[in-house]
Design a binder for this molecule. Structure first.
Ligand SMILES: Cc1ncc(COP(=O)(O)O)c(C=O)c1O
Length: 409
């Protein structure tokens, strides 16, 4: 892989992206990318699925913008910094293949998903299909509607390692004449399994069912096209795989759904119309300085390219699994041999307490992985990012072997 030369960005002035420029290939190029990120310390950060550090250029853009906002907040935030937002939406629309006027910017996936969950008009007796593997607070949102309004939240059960065909068959079997919405998680945050969203949305459309896709983990980690997925709502956090500052999210609403969907908070302007009613403007006062980091994050990400990023994340996952898989009792709870593989995977070791393993890795070796428990499965989630090197994963594997060797002694 050859990384293109990178010019200084338009935002975050004074902070060139130069560390990743150059005609280097392979591991050397990734060394240069690592140098463009804040140093991770004291822990080796293998929990990027939760939240990722922003590249230095993004960090600097936020600092610059924050200093600017402090001078004259009202004018500098709403008039100066926000003037860049239409262009930022255009760039995001280009990345995810939707129209700029279908995008609302907000703080995170939870906000975007809650907009859909609480905003889609439903009446008592209407059914919503969920899976056991959806993000817990999103399931809780639908369950709250069940309690408050008498809709029915129906859990469609399937094994998370099941084939795509079996998953589609499970959803198909769960659809009834009362099904109005399908809540679909693009990639499970538990184990990195990607669902066949395009086919599931086609199934939903055939039954006139609205689809809400939780893309918190897929956007910017792998190529995603809103048009191709064919969903009604797509939601993501820009602070995970895009590398935007923490506190940035994106909600995409298909034009045909905008008018009938209620906004999360009642908008300032009445009557309200169009995508604006879901936008940050109508979610109370927000921090424009954080949004000033989106454009440099897009630029940084685009210079590397989403296909290169996805391929690298797959490579890193396959690499660490290759180092660990001969440990006695090692079990991977993530499908490895698929093009959908990304940076998120879950493992456990038979007869080893995963919670204790997480603690030992952290306290003894300064390695940060995430304990996850859902339904009958528990284990440790590993999620590297593009600023990590294979040598980091060597460190992790050595630490893992050491802890396991001494476990129970
Ligand atoms: C699949 C999924 N959905 C929703 C969320 C919530 O994201 P946020 O905390 O950015 O709102 C996450 C966060 O990890 C997630 O992984």
């Amino acid at each position: 892989m050859i990384l293109p030369a990178i010019e200084p960005p338009g935002t975050g002035q004074g902070m060139p992206l130069a560390p990743i420029a150059g005609a280097h290939t392979g591991e050397v190029a990734w060394h240069r990318i690592r140098a463009a990120y804040p140093q991770q310390q004291p822990l080796l950060n293998l929990n990027n699925a939760a939240v990722s550090p922003p590249p230095l250029v993004v960090q600097q853009a936020v600092i610059d913008a924050y200093l600017l906002t402090s001078q004259n907040p009202d004018v500098n935030m709403w008039s100066k910094l926000d003037a860049a937002l239409p262009d930022i939406k255009k760039q995001l629309a280009g990345l995810i293949d939707c129209a700029p006027h279908e995008i609302a910017l907000n703080r995170n996936s939870s906000e975007g998903l809650s907009t859909a969950i609480f905003g889609i008009p439903l009446t008592s007796g209407d059914q919503v299909l969920l899976s056991p593997w959806d993000y817990p607070s999103m399931r809780a949102g639908w369950l709250q509607r069940q309690q408050r309004e008498g809709i029915e939240a129906v859990t469609c059960r399937f094994d998370w390692m099941a084939s795509d065909d079996d998953v589609i068959a499970a959803f198909e079997a769960a659809i009834t004449p009362r099904t109005r919405v399908m809540q679909l998680t693009h990639m499970f945050h538990w184990n990195g399994r990607v669902l066949p969203i395009k086919q599931l949305c086609a199934l939903a459309r055939a039954h006139e069912i609205i689809t809400v896709v939780d893309g918190a983990q897929t956007f910017a980690q792998m190529p995603v096209s809103f048009r191709e997925l064919g969903c009604d709502f797509f939601v993501t956090s820009l602070h995970k795989w895009l590398g935007a500052p923490v506190g940035n999210g994106m909600l995409i609403v298909k034009e045909s759904q905008t008018e009938r969907t209620w906004p999360l908070l009642a908008p300032f302007e009445q009557p309200s119309s169009g995508i604006d009613k879901f936008d940050h403007w109508n979610l109370g006062t927000y921090n424009s300085a954080l949004q000033a980091g989106i454009a440099p994050a897009i630029r940084f990400h685009s210079e590397i390219g989403v296909r290169n990023i996805h391929a690298r994340l797959q490579e890193l996952t396959r690499y660490w699994v290759g180092l660990a898989r001969d440990i006695p009792g090692f079990r991977l709870h993530t499908p490895l041999d698929t093009d959908d593989l990304g940076a998120v995977s879950l493992f456990s070791i038979d007869y080893v307490d995963s919670k204790a393993l997480e603690r030992e890795l952290r306290e003894k070796h300064l390695v940060h992985v995430k304990y996850r428990r859902v339904e009958h499965v528990e284990g440790l989630r590993v999620s590297p990012h593009i600023y990590m090197l294979k040598t980091d994963l060597d460190t992790f594997a050595v630490a893992l072997r050491d802890v396991i060797e001494h476990a129970g002694r």
